[in-house]
Design a protein. Sequence first.
Length: 586
Amino acid sequence: MLTLALIGLLGGLITGVSPCVLPMLPIIFFAGTSTKTPAKAQAKTGTPADGDVLVEELEVGKPPRDFRPLKIIAGIVVSFSLFTLAGSVILSALGLPDDFLRWGGLTILTLVGLGLIFPALGHWIEKPFYRLPKINRNNNGAFVLGLGLGTLYVPCAGPVLAAITVAGATGNVGWRTVVLTVSFAMGAALPLLIFASAGSRISQRVKAYRDHARGFRIGGGVVMILLAVALAFNVTDVIQRSLPSYTSGLEKKVAENKTVQGALAPALGPGGEELAKCTPGAAELASCGKAPEFTGTQKWFNGPPVTLAGLKGKVVLVDFWAYSCINCQRATPHLLAWDKAYKSLGLQIVGIHSPEFAFEKSAGNVQSAITKEKIGYPVGQDNNLATWTAYRNQYWPAKYLVDAEGTVRSIKFGEGSYGQTENQIRELLTAANPGVKLPDPVDGTVEADSVGAAGTTPETYLAYSRSTNLNGTGKLVPRKTPTAFGLNPAQPDDTYSLGGNWLVGPQDVTSSKGSQARLNFNAAKVYHVLSGKGTVTVSIPGEPDRTVQVSGTPNAYQLVDKPTQERKTMTLTYSSGVSAFTFSFG
């Protein structure tokens, strides 16, 4: 437990000084300041005097004791820990949207900022705490502010946070995860505590601050409100992306450390810890421990359920995929070719469909994709990511090669290296049956889309829950009625904009009549995941327009198919009722 706590603390400390905390620093600084009123004013009234908003009371004749920074940080640690581990469960039980906590935190931040500017409002905000015993009411507003900030705190991803997030998402929360989460939160909060304490010390000891306390307090309120607006519209993301990741070296060392990997694996639950022995993508076969059994599946396609125990004696390729993932789609022809060439010689491919989107949980949708791709090997539906978690997987697609004795011998994340994977399959087939006569390798004969070249536009998600590169007029805010958007006349590289009216959902946007999208991309191939029934007209300068017919469940439609990568801007016009999810590129 001590090792796990130290790893969490170290991961938190690295996060606490990384670029991702920069938007929090001005808030923490001004929140930590105490604009104290004269002792005589409080002695007369027994309540906060005019101008004393969300601050600690002073007793006549005693030196100031400011616990405000500690209470703010305590609130951050409590809310971050609680909602990271149980936020999805709590929101689901209450029937609340996924972004409820974030908007609640932004509301608290805005109210506190207004309270600093308008003392009467600040007193009204604090009023519920006046009823508490005096020993408990001092700075309770600071703790509440910390609770709100904890819902806004979005630390940089790393191996520690990834373990915590997956555990929370899958509901596999044990004592290890709790220890890891709390220690991580405390480590990340320590630098913030130093900053809040600095604000407190300045407010108490610098004469210029005391002489102009009212002005500083108003300035702090304005800063908090502006930052709340910036966080609401993801303006801070642009600033963070433009800064160098000066902690990336430390994060990489932590991620690659074997002690850290070994300690984090059990935090997600039992099974799969030994897979850390394998280096993903290695050309040489290794011995990575026993392959975890398929678990928690809802349905099996193309036949009865299969188990690794029942496949003993065969070489097994476990493929994690999601049907709308274009990277997975590009890998499928290679899997089909291997299945055709080597199935009769002892190879068994098992697909594990682990959804990335909610619509991918539909058994009907998965069956449609299997039929469309002509997949004949067994596929297990892993809607709760139970098998995904057992394998410690974090990628779409991912391949785990298991020998005839049930030991994982190779791991491959993402696309590419198909010839290497085929060579490993052949090696294991020969080891299982030394007399086997293998055909010529099939890798060079597979016709499949290649991996995107360097500089290819990254996958682009639409809708409010995951979109990060919308660059146009209008905001992705979920409403029950369509939202008006405006196209960007000069679309920046690798961004998109929407035009007309769109109904915004958590994972897709649905068109009204005449809705449009504009996309700037660098790719040879462009795919668009769409559903519903209607048409999409694709317009690219210098090329004739073409119309794509959309019908049925979500699927990837190819919009561009060129032999070489090009930088282009396309405008798409949608008929009413078409739902758009992602753009993918190759």
